[in-house]
Design a protein around this ligand. Structure first.
Ligand code: AMP
Length: 116
């Protein structure tokens, strides 16, 4: 069920514009408005899920599609050979600022570990 007050639900519904690069009935992928790397794409479920802390096994089909989409985008954007990062922040303490599950696909530069 979409949340009418959720920014990413509204992007998924097409009510707020975004640079969408792929979408299907489960997942929407669009470029981050404030990129932290030369390539920075967000992958979200259409379903409103607040964060990774709410995930269960029932979300398996959606997560399978989301990760397959991430891999396909990484190949299409030329990130697969050099490497890329796929990350989600769950909760304010981890840096989550939008309370709709999203994965950051980052590439085109080097990344340090551990993350800050
Ligand atoms: P997080 O801080 O992990 O919750 O990530 C939220 C991300 O959403 C940040 O990287 C923001 O730059 C990005 N963001 C916020 N609003 C928009 C928007 N309207 N379109 C695209 N990306 C956005």
């Amino acid at each position: 069920m979409p949340d009418p007050d959720c920014l990413f639900c509204r992007i998924a519904a097409g009510e707020i514009s975004a640079d969408v690069i792929s979408q299907d009935e489960l997942v929407v992928c669009f470029r981050d408005v404030a990129p932290q790397a030369p390539t920075h794409i967000l992958l979200i479920p259409r379903q409103h899920i607040a964060s990774a802390a709410q995930l269960t096994e029932d979300h398996g089909p959606m997560l399978g599609r989301l990760f397959a989409s991430a891999a396909a985008i990484a190949r299409a954007e030329g990130l697969a050979e050099r490497g890329f990062r796929l990350a989600t922040n769950a909760g304010a303490g981890a840096g989550q600022s939008v309370d709709h599950l999203h994965f950051h696909l980052l590439g085109g530069r080097s990344f340090s570990w551990p993350p800050g």
